[in-house]
Write a protein of this length. Structure first.
Length: 197
């Protein structure tokens, strides 16, 4: 049975720190980079709601939220989480993920996913890691599929969006047996990105 405790993870210039109130100003700056709260298919907080966003993340019993930090500058560039943690079946999900617009389509997402997946499978001993997204968030679906996750299906009429509409949720997963190949794939993607930079 897995046990998910707060931990700091670092790789490839990215550090994942357990989210706390001291990250509020950094999260505000990251959210303002692109005014990301205006996207109806994401969970990015409005600047005035960052403190409440952090409080909610810390109060959720089956969530471990992280600040995504640029290790060189110590700037907060986004947030991500383990959530829907089910120790009895060795399952976690990765989600509540967003990055400042200037960090999107960079090495940041691949590095974060490699950190979180490696910790989940190699350290915690997870049997499966799930990912989910809004049915209209095509960019997120494409990013999840580029990781190598398999689409499990769609849960219809499953959650409220910030604008009050109800979304369908597209579910993906990676099982333990798939992890070695996906891990190699993610390292290869990062090497290609580094060569192209």
């Amino acid at each position: 049975m897995i046990r998910v405790d707060p931990v700091t993870l670092e790789f490839n210039g990215i550090r994942l720190e357990p989210l706390g109130p001291h990250h509020a100003d950094g999260l505000r700056a990251a959210a303002c980079d692109g005014e990301l709260w205006n996207l109806r298919v994401t969970s990015v907080p409005e600047p005035d709601n960052v403190d409440a966003y952090i409080r909610k993340a810390l109060e959720m019993p089956d969530r471990l939220a992280f600040a995504v930090v640029d290790a060189a500058s110590d700037a907060v560039v986004g947030s991500t989480s383990y959530h829907d943690i089910v120790p009895a079946v060795d399952r976690v999900e990765i989600g509540w993920t967003w990055y400042a617009r200037s960090r999107q389509r960079s090495h940041v997402n691949t590095s974060c996913k490699l950190l979180l997946l490696s910790h989940a499978f190699d350290t915690l001993g997870c049997a499966v890691v799930g990912l989910r997204t809004d049915n209209f968030n095509r960019a997120s679906q494409a990013a999840i599929e580029r990781l190598g996750a398999k689409k499990d299906g769609t849960i219809r009429h499953s959650a409220l969006r910030r604008d009050g509409t109800v979304r369908d949720t597209v579910m993906y997963s990676i099982v333990r047996g798939e992890w070695p190949e996906i891990k190699s794939h993610l390292h290869d993607r990062l090497e290609r990105h580094a060569r192209a930079a």
